[in-house]
Write a protein that binds this ligand. Structure first.
Ligand SMILES: Cc1cc2nc3c(=O)[nH]c(=O)nc-3n(C[C@H](O)[C@H](O)[C@H](O)COP(=O)(O)OP(=O)(O)OC[C@H]3O[C@@H](n4cnc5c(N)ncnc54)[C@H](O)[C@@H]3O)c2cc1C
Length: 481
């Protein structure tokens, strides 16, 4: 007889494993199915290993600017890319093992293999189509195997994979996805990055720090197109100062491959076509949900543009089947996946006062140098939505801590509703902003107004003071500018 659970989760990324922990805390008998790596893309090939690579880049950048801080470093510091990659893979392996530990601690059964929903309440786990290739991410011990399993509630948390443009498909050799970009055997001399979203820009920033000649090609008029234009203009200037070449309103229409290089045909807004030759190219044109081979069509689960359609609690159109995380649509971010997982499971458990996920309050962070972080509406989106707004800005050039850090190029920008004082959006570029944005996220979540922010005491000297000054600026009360 099939083993029966209260909840079975398909996929152990941040959405899946966090949902499993919460389900177990709520007393639900829980199992998680994984076909490749505990921790999903985030821990193994996404958020975490990129941050480890970017940390190496940051240390290298600091070392090579030691003179600016009155320090003497004989010669130039260079990167041993094999060691840089090994450190990044080691960081991932540690967290991958950590997820295994969490499953055991919370008495969540791990089922190894590829899951398919056969009918509401039933899955069949078959042999994985993605055998483990990473020695750092072994199949954990004491897992359950192939077979039929039943559960009252099935949560799809199967994540996403790289999107490919027709004719410019990644081949793993000359055209990389994030998988190959994450662990290069050697550094290319030159690199084209197609797409300037968070993934593209983070890799562009990393490879530039490693000394690679990098050209970013973005089809939209600005880099990081979802961010506020003022913020991305500053980021672009700083990235270009570091030697990155950036083409916007530019489209790669064709790629010609040679033995160990490629030539991209780039069409710009004026209709001209230029050819750029480089050793390698990273295709970073977005991701698409893993909705295939899950039995969704047969069971009748509704999908739209490659993602499962859900309500604010993760419910699909079929009773007992839910979806969370990347497979349930944008924003495709780990913390959104985790939050959706918790909300979904708490609703299943019948907890009172469970709030639907509010996608308008999901922060976004890009860990390039300089960092970019935001939450809520951009100025353009606020105007588009017909909001009457007040905008405040504060430059890092007037912030004591930023100057002391030697990082005085940055901006904090806030957007308020003119009538109510509601904080509609906050946008930052500069040092440590990915850590700071959470202050605004908490404020938005508590429905804080400008008055409460102005009454809040920020520690001195910190870069966070730019946040208060930006708020004051919106109301004509800025103190240090
Ligand atoms: C290079 C890169 C950098 C990123 N950086 C950040 C960042 O800094 N911050 C951030 O918030 N987000 C970042 N992301 C995005 C983040 O990784 C995803 O949003 C997050 O991993 C989504 O979590 P998830 O649980 O929905 O799915 P995933 O993490 O994709 O996990 C899904 C899991 O399901 C498994 N699976 C799929 N199908 C089946 C099946 N049929 N049976 C069994 N198992 C299955 C997969 O093997 C996988 O382990 C980054 C992504 C990339 C690629």
């Amino acid at each position: 007889m099939a083993e029966n659970y209260d909840v079975i989760i398909i996929g152990s990324g941040p959405g899946g494993y966090v949902a499993a922990v919460r389900a177990s805390q709520l007393g639900l008998k829980t199992a998680i199915v994984e076909r490749e790596h505990l921790g999903g893309i985030c821990l193994n090939w996404g958020c975490i290993p990129t941050k480890a690579l970017l940390r190496s880049a940051e240390v290298l950048d600091h070392a090579n600017h030691a003179k600016d801080y009155g320090l003497v470093l004989e010669g130039k510091m260079t990167a041993d890319v094999t060691a840089v990659v090994a450190r990044s893979r080691g960081v991932s392996a540690r967290l991958n093992g950590g997820v295994g530990f969490l499953m055991k601690k919370n008495k969540v059964d791990v089922i190894w293999g590829e899951a398919k929903i056969t009918k509401p309440g039933e899955i069949v786990v078959g042999k994985s189509s993605k055998p483990v290739v990473e020695p750092q991410n072994p199949v954990p011990k004491n897992v359950k195997g192939e077979g039929t399993y039943t559960a009252k509630h099935i949560i799809i948390a199967t994540g996403a994979r790289p999107r490919a443009l027709p004719g410019i498909e990644p081949d793993g050799k000359l055209i990389w996805t994030y998988f190959e970009a994450m662990k290069p055997a050697a550094l290319p001399k030159s690199l084209i990055v197609m797409g300037s979203g968070a993934i593209g820009i983070e890799f562009a920033s990393f490879y530039r720090s490693m000394g690679v000649d990098v050209t970013v090609v973005e089809v939209m008029p600005t880099i990081m197109p979802v961010e506020d234009v003022e913020v991305t203009a500053i980021a672009r200037k700083q990235l270009e100062k570091r030697g990155l070449k950036i083409l916007t309103s530019a489209k790669i229409t064709k790629v010609e491959k040679a033995a160990d290089s490629l030539t991209a045909h780039v069409e710009t807004a004026d209709g001209k076509v230029q050819q750029i030759t480089a050793d390698r190219m990273i295709s970073a044109v977005g991701v698409q949900g893993n909705i295939e081979n899950l039995g969704l069509e047969a069971v009748g689960v509704k999908t739209d543009r490659g993602c499962v359609v859900i309500d604010g609690y993760g419910k699909t159109n079929i009773a007992g089947i839910y979806a969370i995380g990347d497979v349930a649509g944008p924003p495709m971010l780990a913390h959104k996946a985790e939050h959706e997982g918790v909300v979904c499971v708490e609703k299943i458990a019948g907890l009172p006062n469970v709030h639907a996920t509010d996608k308008g309050k999901v922060p976004g962070c890009t860990y390039c140098h300089p960092q970019v972080a935001s939450v809520g509406l951009t100025e353009a989106k606020a105007k588009e939505a017909g909001r009457d707004i007040r905008v405040g800005r504060f430059s890092f050039a007037a912030n004591g801590k930023a100057i002391a850090l030697g990082e005085d190029q940055g901006l904090c920008k806030v957007i308020f509703d003119k009538k109510t004082g509601e904080l509609l959006g906050a946008h930052m570029v500069g040092a440590e902003v990915t850590e700071l944005i959470q202050g605004f996220v908490v404020a938005m979540n508590l429905e804080t107004t400008e008055e409460e922010l102005m009454h809040t005491i920020f520690p001195h000297p910190t870069v966070s003071e730019t946040m208060k000054e930006a708020v004051l600026d919106a109301y004509g009360r800025v103190l240090n500018a």
